[in-house]
Design a protein around this ligand. Structure first.
Ligand SMILES: Cc1cc2nc3c(=O)[nH]c(=O)nc-3n(C[C@H](O)[C@H](O)[C@H](O)COP(=O)(O)OP(=O)(O)OC[C@H]3O[C@@H](n4cnc5c(N)ncnc54)[C@H](O)[C@@H]3O)c2cc1C
Length: 419
């Protein structure tokens, strides 16, 4: 039987659900869920694996965006889970407010990003999920349940992989709006990165190192996002890398038209922290992604391990982004309990070849307790995940309590839940 639910953003997955619900209110969500035996939320479709697939029905959160309500006393904003970060940024701009960080592009739904532990970069910046202080969830019975920071199960309910129910609202911490200056430095000698990893990645508020590994001794670029109100001024060189003389794209040689402004020009947080512009809607990406988060103490050894494999990686790689994430306490966050470094791989769109390489890459990163990004391609088995996530069993119990009949279960979470 065919359906018209369509594909994920990358086009590498056609959702198998036969029905796509598009509710416009929480009451409607409750009715749909209460009547279903197999359903889960679908956000902005930016995941690369089958985490959002495999239920009989899907429920799009696209129309569940508002209202956006600011609580100035608590310094929070409450939003519908389907709102995209870019849309939220526009609302916050009007209020003179900001989120602490954003991912590489602003087109991702807040509910979907939080559910998978999505993050940006910055040695002091936690995952986007760590900004959540409250959430409302429609559980399998159609009941609306609220979790607030400090509640016993709150830390388990935030990064939830869609397995606990449909999140309809989220309350996020905000702060006064701030400016950021973005500068790209090119040709960082790899030895300098390995010698002072914390120096390079701590050079400003948010730093990403990009490399294609075509030259294993040189990282192509360092994207530095500096907060003039906090960070020391930058010079023309950074650990041997030299400031670019024009705007750049993360993929060497591509036009920078869709990228956020660079060359050190100050601008609003939401138009510098992501690499890509809000008003530039990327077409379906001709790419696949994987990412592994290792404790930051292992950063240098993990990068060396990737370099060892560079001959096999290069033919499939578009670019490798190395970024940092501060620790949080969310049970299934890939930076749970540890400052982490994300080794992110943008691959060419050859899934069989990428899937063949991943076990080798994962074996090379295994000594460093690498946690895979939940929304990207990986192959680690359930046993590994138990070792990597000390609170996974607690999450299983929480899921069993909220969803005893597995209404939100799918093959992805079945593996994880040991079903
Ligand atoms: C071009 C691109 C760039 C990216 N950049 C980054 C990056 O910089 N950093 C990073 O960490 N990741 C990044 N990602 C990965 C992305 O952030 C995650 O895959 C994220 O889950 C996408 O959110 P979504 O709304 O599209 O989720 P979907 O793919 O729609 O769903 C993902 C999961 O979340 C669940 N879900 C979605 N909404 C809800 C809800 N309201 N309630 C309960 N469960 C829900 C779904 O059921 C599913 O299990 C990127 C992806 C792409 C395609």
């Amino acid at each position: 039987m065919t359906n018209d639910v369509g594909t994920n953003w990358a086009g590498n997955l056609a959702y198998s659900a036969l029905t796509l619900h598009k509710p416009t209110s929480v009451d409607e969500v409750r009715r749909i869920v209460a009547a279903s035996s197999s359903i889960r939320a679908l956000g902005s479709r930016h995941s690369f694996n089958d985490i959002a697939d495999g239920t009989a029905e899907l429920l799009s959160t696209a129309a569940l965006t508002g209202p956006v309500t600011v609580d100035r006393e608590r310094s929070t904003v409450s939003v519908g889970a389907g709102i995209r970060y870019g849309e939220l940024a526009r609302e916050l701009e009007r209020e003179g407010l900001a989120l602490a960080n954003l991912a590489s592009l602003p087109h991702i739904s807040v509910g979907g990003a939080v559910a998978t532990g999505t993050h940006g970069s910055g040695i002091r910046n936690r995952s986007l999920a760590a900004a959540v202080v409250g959430l409302e969830l429609v559980t399998a019975s159609g009941e609306l349940v609220r979790f607030s920071a400090g509640d016993p199960d709150f830390d388990g309910a935030v990064v939830n992989l869609g397995a606990l129910g449909i999140v309809t609202r989220l309350e996020l911490e905000v702060e006064p709006a701030f400016e950021v200056e973005q500068t790209v430095f090119e040709k960082l000698p790899l030895e300098n990165l390995l010698r002072d990893f914390d120096g390079v990645t701590g050079a400003a508020y948010s730093v990403s190192v990009f490399t294609t590994w075509r030259d294993p001794d040189v990282a192509d670029a360092v994207w530095v996002k500096r907060r003039p109100d906090r960070d020391a001024p930058l010079e023309g060189t950074l650990f041997g890398a030299v400031a670019a003389d024009d705007e750049r794209h993360p993929l060497p040689g591509l036009p920078a038209i869709g990228c956020t402004p660079q060359l050190g020009a100050a601008g609003p947080w939401y138009n510098r922290l992501p690499h890509f512009k809000l008003d530039f809607t990327p077409s379906n990406g001709v790419e696949l992604q994987s990412e592994y988060l290792v404790p930051r103490v292992h950063a240098v050894d993990a990068i060396r391990a990737v370099r060892e494999l560079s001959a096999e990686i290069v033919p499939l790689l578009q670019v490798n982004e190395i970024r940092t994430v501060a620790a949080d306490e969310l049970w299934l966050s890939s930076s749970y309990g540890t400052d982490a470094v994300g080794l992110h791989f943008t691959w060419v769109q050859d899934q069989p070849a990428v899937q063949k390489l991943l076990p080798k890459l994962e074996a090379a990163l295994e000594p460093f307790s690498a946690r895979p990004h939940w929304g990207k391609l990986f192959t680690s088995g359930a046993q590994d995940l138990d070792r990597l996530y000390p609170r996974l069993e607690d999450f299983r119990l929480l899921a069993k309590r909220l969803d005893p009949d597995g209404v939100f279960a799918n093959p992805f979470t079945d593996g994880l839940m040991g079903r």
